[in-house]
Design a protein around this ligand. Structure first.
Ligand SMILES: [Zn+2]
Length: 159
């Protein structure tokens, strides 16, 4: 029984060493999981960045071509088209007639990106948002209300 008592005394020590080792082991597992999670996230961000770069390059030509095509179709004189990386707007039209479009329009349904382009083009006729401006928009883009609704509902997710 004396040796049992001796054992009993050492048990807590062993238990704590074991517990300590288990703790280290758990920490190691946790650290490994954390590292894997961080690496995975970085990879996802990388994928997103590569994907964005590819889409941006496509947008550079497709959106600019579409803008020139619609400008020709509706006889709207423009001085240039720029595809931009903007976080706050979909498009703009300078006083000189240069159209700027957000490359993210490429991700949107065609009728929505067409509407944004036509909206900017119509500012060449009416540099404001008057009733006359919306009449001009309605003539070239009868579905503009649907497109506006779509933008109000989903636009923020695309910026
Ligand atoms: Zn406008």
């Amino acid at each position: 029984m004396a040796s049992d008592g001796g054992l009993r005394l050492t048990v807590p020590t062993r238990a704590s060493v074991k517990g300590g080792l288990e703790f280290v082991e758990r920490q190691r597992e946790w650290i490994a999981r954390e590292r894997a999670r961080i690496a995975e996230r970085a990879a996802e961000r990388g994928d997103q960045a590569e994907n964005d770069a590819r889409l941006k390059a496509i947008a550079e030509t497709q959106l600019a071509d579409r803008c020139r095509e619609l400008a020709d179709k509706h006889a709207v004189p423009i001085t240039g088209v720029q595809i931009r990386d903007q976080r706050s707007r979909w498009g703009s039209c300078s006083a000189r007639g240069a159209i700027s479009l957000n490359w993210r329009l490429i991700r949107m349904p065609g009728y929505v990106s067409d509407y944004v382009i036509l909206h900017e083009l119509m500012h060449r006729r009416q540099p404001n948002h008057s009733a006359r401006f919306w009449t001009e928009v309605g003539k070239v883009c009868p579905e503009w209300r649907d497109a506006e609704r779509w933008l109000r509902k989903n636009g923020r997710d695309y910026l």
